[in-house]
Design a protein around this ligand. Structure first.
Ligand code: GDP
Ligand code: CA
Length: 322
């Protein structure tokens, strides 16, 4: 049985994983999900990336949007707004809310997030094992400049979701901080899944705020470095721009160019192979010069077949039979 372990954020990760399940239908796939986007809203614990993976693979996702539930309504949000409840910039649909209610109840009853995630996946049957990167609280915060009144602080940290969703990442980030990560420990099963894998994949997820926090959990990056499995990644940057979203704003914040080669550089200590899009063939020799095998293949997930083709190419690059 082929054992595949992938580190994943939300939309890019989930769409790739759906292709992976088609490319390697017999594989046992473990997904280590990013939880640093998690946020408490209206008293509820929301795990956007875990839910995007669960809904996408479980058939409940809003396809065009890429997050949230299909056939969604927003009656509860409207009622909350009528009370003036904040924030109003993060939409939680009525169907989606049920997930957050269950999650919050279970966490309140003392279950760790990993057990809660397993319970939620019992319903959705995503066809993979989904494990949060950690059961500890880790939150990505973005430090932005604040026009100061002479002697006040001239910067302020806001939750990643406020920067991404409310501000559309249009306010330059000075720093991106994973609050709590230093004392976090990998969730049960995470390190084993990396060590026992036949291949470790880095899907085309946001390198800074999706893959970044996962690798920042103490012990995790070392486990990916130490595993005997080949590690292969796919570029989320195509032709010098993110395919969707504002990953360029995140890369700028950490002083990294928005290019397929520069993103590979972030993971150079881990990678055996890296796939770039055909439009980025120039990056191939640059990446290969760092000792990482690199190939240019189509990397746009226009449909499931395209995503499956990308997953197949990643397995092929590592010489993994399926
Ligand atoms: P998020 O948590 O919902 O933002 O999702 P991820 O972190 O998993 O993925 C976001 C990244 O996916 C963005 O940086 C996009 O550039 C990338 N992405 C989205 N669609 C595609 C695609 O079709 N091809 C490639 N190569 N990258 C994609
Ligand atoms: Ca995310």
């Amino acid at each position: 049985m082929l054992r595949i372990t992938a580190l994943a954020g939300g939309i890019g990760g989930a769409r790739f994983l759906r292709g992976l399940l088609r490319a390697a239908p017999a594989a046992e796939v473990t997904v280590i999900g990013n939880t640093a986007d998690d946020i408490t809203l209206h008293g509820l614990h929301v795990s956007p990336d875990l839910d995007t993976v669960m809904y996408t693979l479980g058939g409940g996702i809003h396809e065009e949007q890429g997050w949230g539930r299909a056939d969604e309504s927003f009656a509860v949000m409207d009622e909350l707004a009528a009370y003036g409840a904040e924030p109003q910039w993060f939409g939680l649909g009525d169907r989606d809310l049920a997930t957050h209610v269950i999650r919050t109840q279970m966490l309140g009853a003392g279950y760790p997030l990993s057990a809660v995630t397993e319970a939620l996946c019992d319903r959705w049957q995503p066809g993979i094992r989904l494990i949060p990167m950690t059961d500890d609280r880790v939150e990505t915060h973005v430090v932005v400049a604040e026009p100061s009144q002479s002697d006040g602080p001239n910067e302020r940290a806001i939750h990643f979701q406020e920067w991404w969703v409310r501000l559309r990442a249009a306010v330059p980030a000075q720093r991106i901080v994973f609050v709590g990560v230093d004392t976090a420990t990998p969730a049960p099963g995470v390190l084993d899944a990396i060590e026992a894998a036949d291949i470790v994949l880095l899907p085309p997820s946001n390198p800074v705020v999706s893959i970044g926090p996962i690798l920042a959990v103490p012990g995790l990056r070392d486990a990916v470095k130490a595993t005997s499995a080949p590690v292969v990644g796919l570029s989320p940057i195509v032709a010098g721009a993110p395919v969707r979203g504002m990953a360029d704003a995140c890369l700028t914040a950490i002083g990294v160019e928005t290019s397929a080669a520069a993103v590979a550089g972030l993971f150079a200590d881990l990678l055996d192979g890296w796939l770039v899009d055909v439009s980025d063939a120039d990056a191939v020799p640059v990446v290969e010069a760092t000792g990482v095998r690199c190939l240019a293949v189509p990397l746009l997930m226009r449909d499931l077949d395209a995503a499956a083709g990308m997953a197949g190419a990643a397995l092929d690059l590592a010489g993994i039979a399926r």
